[in-house]
Design a protein around this ligand. Structure first.
Ligand code: UDX
Ligand code: ADP
Length: 467
């Protein structure tokens, strides 16, 4: 093992994790050269666009950093081979979605992109290289990466390449990624090569208090990431389950959340009831945990965690059924407006967004759906609803996208707030009450709308967890 002074980083994957993470490292370490590479030429072109509004991901504070560091010590390219070969350290930040078919379908992660990275690294790296897994990965992936890299390099004759494999899971949340990266609660580095761990600590310690940088073994690091996300998701399912009880009993979920969260042992964060969690991590990580538990014969533990997902699905179905019920049990041909398509505010990411499943429920009922989101494009909505295009086959409902929020609401029978974008908390309900078809309904699944203003109009109002 060797001590490496990291001066040249390559990050494979220019997505929601790789882009912001490397931007912050570049900003904090001007002497380190960072190349972010991706197979996706369009994505790289967007990262290199002169117009900072064209960056492929929307994240508050990101464009300012990109403006400072791009083409100084941060570069975006498709030349994977070259930048792998120049790097002292390589971050793997590629996508690891749940498998849609084959063994472990619906539960295990598809590691084909990670595997292909490992093979590229084995082929193109030179000298000693620290390989750091950054993507959220199932436990033991580092072992797989290690095995692929080591067996591939052994087979190339006369090779003097060596590698250290570390796990350095990402805890950033989209929408607050920059702040999470600059002020992390902790940085976790897992591995068995102390020299490599020290090299990475030296990077993070430029802006993170050393007391917050934890080093563990590889397994603990990988598992901690899954467990942290499972615990967070569990809180959301817990509060969502209680939202239904509040609606039935006349309690108010905001009051219950506040009262419960003031107990310091519980804490106030992640207690907002809503349409269920979305995003690329929670479901995937819990499913990985479930898969792992079943693999090790811990069926009761697997069943326990699986319930977190069941409640999430149930919450969406419950809200959809309730909406249909309020609209006289029929939404065929009615105009339903979905406000918000991203899985949370301040991101344009739609992966696992509750809005996708909700759209499908309404479209299956034959509703005419209009979708609005301040940051998600029509094309992105189209990708997510690909099997639900206008009037295809037996399908009766159709969807449309409207970028002007008030226009989207014209003649609506029901308005459903699904993402907590700030602009939805400032809507002019008096104006809206004159735009909708009577009797108009507002369904607020995020509890952000100005309830007092709505109640002054003729609009009917329902919000999650309010009896
Ligand atoms: C999550 C983890 O927070 C982060 O540490 C990890 O690195 C990646 O996964 P992210 O998915 O980006 O981050 O966003 P997060 O803020 O955790 O929200 C996830 C989902 O939970 C969103 O759909 C959000 O709307 C929902 N949520 C969150 C609630 O419904 N209620 C809450 O109180 C908090
Ligand atoms: P995340 O949220 O984990 O960042 P994204 O899907 O936003 O996930 O980004 C992952 C990126 O990794 C994608 O842009 C994809 O094109 C890229 N990618 C996947 N495999 C490879 C590979 N072998 N080489 C380069 N880029 C890759």
């Amino acid at each position: 093992m060797l001590k490496v002074d990291i001066k040249n980083i390559c990050c494979i994957g220019a997505g929601y994790v790789g882009g912001p993470t490397m931007a912050v490292i570049a900003d904090k370490c001007p002497d380190i050269k960072i190349n972010v590479v991706d197979l996706n030429e369009l994505r790289i072109a967007s990262w290199n666009s002169n117009d900072l509004e064209d960056l492929p991901i929307y994240e508050p504070g990101l464009k300012e950093i990109i403006n400072r560091v791009r083409n100084k010590n941060l570069f975006f390219s498709t030349d994977t081979e070259r930048y792998i070969s120049e790097a002292d350290a390589i971050f793997i930040s590629v996508n690891t979605p749940i498998k849609v078919s084959g063994l472990g379908a619906g539960q295990a992660s598809n590691l084909c992109w990670v595997e292909s990275c490992a093979r590229q690294i084995a082929r193109d790296a030179k000298g000693h290289t620290i390989v750091i897994e950054k993507s959220t990965l199932p436990v033991r992936t580092a072992e797989i990466i290690k095995e692929i890299i080591i067996s591939s390099t052994n087979s190339s004759e006369g090779d003097s390449k060596t590698f250290s494999i570390l796990s350095n899971p990402e805890f950033l949340a989209e929408g607050t990624a920059i702040d999470d990266l600059i002020n992390p609660d902790r940085v976790l580095i897992g591995g068995d090569d102390n020299f490599a761990i020290q090299s990475l600590i030296e990077i993070y310690s430029r802006w993170v208090d050393r007391k917050k940088i934890l080093s563990t073994n590889l397994w603990s690091s990988e598992l901690s990431k899954l467990v942290a996300n499972a615990f967070l998701a569990q809180r959301i399912s817990s509060i969502n389950s209680i939202s239904a009880l509040c609606e039935a009993t006349g309690a108010d979920i905001s009051e219950v959340s506040r009262a419960v969260g003031l107990d310091q042992r519980i804490g106030s964060k992640f207690l907002n009831a809503g349409p269920g969690f979305g995003g690329s991590c929670f479901k995937k990580d819990i499913l990985n945990l479930v898969y792992l538990c079943n693999f090790f014969g811990l069926k009761t533990v697997a069943d326990f965690w699986e319930q977190v997902i069941s409640i999430n699905d149930w919450q969406q179905k419950r809200i959809y059924e309730l909406i249909v019920h309020k609209l006289f049990g029929n939404i065929y041909g009615k105009k339903i407006v979905l406000l918000g398509f991203s899985f949370k505010a301040n991101t344009n990411d739609t992966r696992e967004s509750p809005s996708i499943q909700m759209s499908k429920y309404f479209l299956d009922e034959g509703a005419n759906l209009t979708i609005h989101d301040p940051r998600v494009s029509r094309d992105q909505v189209s990708k997510e609803l690909c099997n639900y295009r206008k009037k295809i086959g037996n399908f009766r409902g159709y969807w449309d996208f409207e970028s002007d929020v008030y226009k989207s609401i014209e003649n609506a029978d029901g308005i459903i707030i699904l993402t907590e974008w700030e602009e939805y908390s400032k809507l002019d309900w008096k104006k809206i009450s004159n735009l909708v078809r009577k009797p108009g309904w507002v369904f607020d699944t995020r509890k952000i709308a100005d309830k007092d203003s709505i109640k002054k109009t003729s609009l009917n109002y329902w919000s999650v967890g309010e009896g």
